[in-house]
Design a protein around this ligand. Structure first.
Ligand code: F6P
Length: 560
């Protein structure tokens, strides 16, 4: 399904060339109503996309593209439970997990909602028991700490949401997240914990992911070193998974298993049993509010016409940049410390989903697909990488996210945060001309050659695009809506490109090679079975392991 040669694509390219010389300064000067016309407002949020170099024609052309690519039909097929994840023959129905209506959601002719409600009920009863102290450990002590062991979608979503809902962590256990197979991660968490008061949630859709299983086995050994009796495992280990056979094989009984289904993709799974740590930390009621918020966004995405459909608009802007302008990256800049892990979460959501080079039918995509997604919370990023955003040679579209209020008011600090956020998008859009830079330098008393030498360094070209998402004080419902908004944005982009946004074959080769390479790290014998670079790295690893060339002696593992 070539995009490039099509009529609509040629018109988009011509339109892009036409806009090449247009500056946001002019667009705003010519249309006093621009901010209102290029924004989306509903009760909880104000989304401003007026600071993109676009016109009504840009959006009209992009919507024409969306229609030509069958966006609405693909969306409807997703909600109808069709197997749109074609390479795995699976439905894509995370929207069922947060379906708060009485509408059935059907996969293979069967309404999955009774199963979804039963799984939610399991989360509710268990999280309430742990939080109230009704569920105790093997010495009858209350659970004070939960360690979630999982990686990728079984880590990033629940970890990000749990952190974002920190203001609601009252009475609940402390929840820790261990993902990395680097033994440092688990060891450092366990150093602070006691087996008798710690609960492990082993989160893995497949229950075969090497990193998670290695960490889970290590956690079990740590627990049994103290508890001694394997029957105590039942009080301290639960599984969040789709794979009952593997869960049993690990030694967790089915009663200790929180289920979900193959039609829930890993990176879309925080709404499922994978969200148990969220309910443990913030309470089941907050978890339900998160689902409520996501459902509201689902309904908007499902029913709003393309022109008023927020995920569609943001997704089409994403296509505009990644494919029509050929930009490489997209920054996510939450001016909200509670959303510190949002960029990492969105990285997986976007890059696992749309980091694809062939269409569903295996043909090469002839335009750029999923951009690199990266970011840090403001204002930290301002003092790190914004220099490049403002004056570098690359154009990086930015998403600014900011709440209207903080859960933690402290003097005027939140207003200072908001001022910084709004100032950054203003500076990116409008910049500073040479004349303005000159006037400022003159006001500082500079003249002549000294002044002229500085002028080019003080110029900000501006015309750098951004979206600002301004929401009420961050709570579970708002968060649910924001996350569903990004999920559907990613869906729209993938549907325009014709890729399967729901598989991730690209992670397989590295996993296979690691399994093959692992035994070669043992023993002193030099390895010659790979290319010369990999051979040399393995052999140097053997030389450096256990050595003391640098003089950094001692274990240094923090244990006393
Ligand atoms: O690395 C690929 C991947 O399959 C991700 O898509 C997924 O979120 C992660 O691994 C973890 O998988 P699982 O939940 O099966 O352990």
């Amino acid at each position: 399904m070539a995009l490039k040669g099509t009529g609509i694509w040629r018109r988009l390219e011509a339109h892009r060339d036409h806009l090449a010389g247009v500056h946001l300064r002019t667009l705003f000067a010519d249309d006093p109503d621009r901010a209102r016309r290029f924004s989306h407002q509903s009760g909880w949020v104000h989304v401003d996309y007026s600071k993109h170099v676009i016109t009504d024609e840009t959006l009209a052309l992009l919507r024409e593209l969306a229609t030509a690519q069958g966006i609405e039909a693909w969306r409807d097929r997703m909600f109808a439970g069709e197997a749109i994840n074609t390479t795995e023959g699976r439905a894509v129905l995370h929207v069922a997990l947060r379906n708060r209506s009485s509408r059935p959601m059907v996969v293979d002719g069967r309404d999955v909602m009774p199963d979804v409600r039963a799984a939610l009920n399991h989360i509710r009863t268990f999280s309430e028991a742990v939080r109230s102290g009704g569920w105790t450990g093997y010495t009858d002590q209350r659970i004070t700490d939960v360690v979630n062991i999982g990686i990728g979608g079984s880590d990033l979503g629940p970890a990000m949401v749990t952190a974002a809902l920190a203001p609601y962590h009252r009475q609940g256990p402390r929840v820790h997240f261990v993902s990395n197979v680097d033994p440092t991660h688990l060891s450092r968490e366990l150093q602070r914990l006691h087996p008798a008061t710690t609960l492990f949630t082993v989160a893995s859709k497949t229950f075969t992911t090497a990193e998670t299983m290695a960490n889970a086995r290590a956690a079990r050994a740590w627990f049994l070193a103290q508890a001694r009796d394997e029957t105590h495992i039942a009080k301290h280990f639960v599984a969040l998974s789709t794979n009952e056979a593997e869960v049993r094989r690990f030694g967790i009984a089915p009663e200790q298993m929180f289920v979900f289904w193959d039609w829930v993709g890993g990176r879309y799974s925080l709404w499922s049993s994978i969200g148990l740590p969220i309910a443990l930390a913030a309470g089941y009621g907050r978890f339900e509010m998160l689902l409520d918020g996501a459902h509201e966004m689902d309904e908007h995405f499902r029913t709003a016409p393309l022109a008023d459909n927020l995920p569609v608009t943001l997704g089409l802007l994403g296509v505009w940049y990644a494919s029509v302008l050929g930009l490489e990256s997209q920054a996510v800049l939450p001016y909200d410390q509670l959303l510190a892990r949002l960029p990492a979460y969105l990285q997986q959501l976007a890059m696992d989903s749309n980091g694809k080079r062939v269409t569903r039918d295996g043909q090469p995509v002839d335009v750029g697909t999923g951009p690199l997604v990266w970011g840090e919370p403001g204002t930290n990023g301002q003092h790190a990488f914004y220099q490049l955003l403002h004056q570098g040679t690359r154009l990086v579209p930015c998403d600014f996210l900011v709440g209207a209020e903080s859960h933690y008011p402290l003097g005027d600090q939140h207003a200072l945060l908001v001022a910084n956020c709004l100032a950054q998008s203003e500076a990116l859009a409008f910049g500073r001309t040479a004349e303005e830079a000159r006037a400022e330098l003159e006001a500082q008393g500079l003249t002549g050659d000294a002044l002229e030498a500085l002028v080019p360094h003080k110029v900000f070209p501006g015309n750098r695009p951004s979206t600002t998402i301004l929401y009420e004080k961050l709570g579970p419902r708002t968060l649910g809506k924001l996350l569903a908004l990004y999920e559907h944005k990613v869906f729209v982009m993938g549907a325009v490109w014709g890729v399967n946004s729901f598989d991730q074959w690209g992670v397989e080769l590295g996993k296979q090679l690691a399994t093959r390479l692992r035994p070669e790290l043992d023993g002193p014998a030099p390895v010659t079975s790979h290319d010369s670079s990999t051979n040399a790295l393995i052999n140097e690893y053997k030389r450096l392991r256990g050595g003391s060339v640098s003089g950094d002696q001692g274990s240094g593992n923090g244990r006393r």
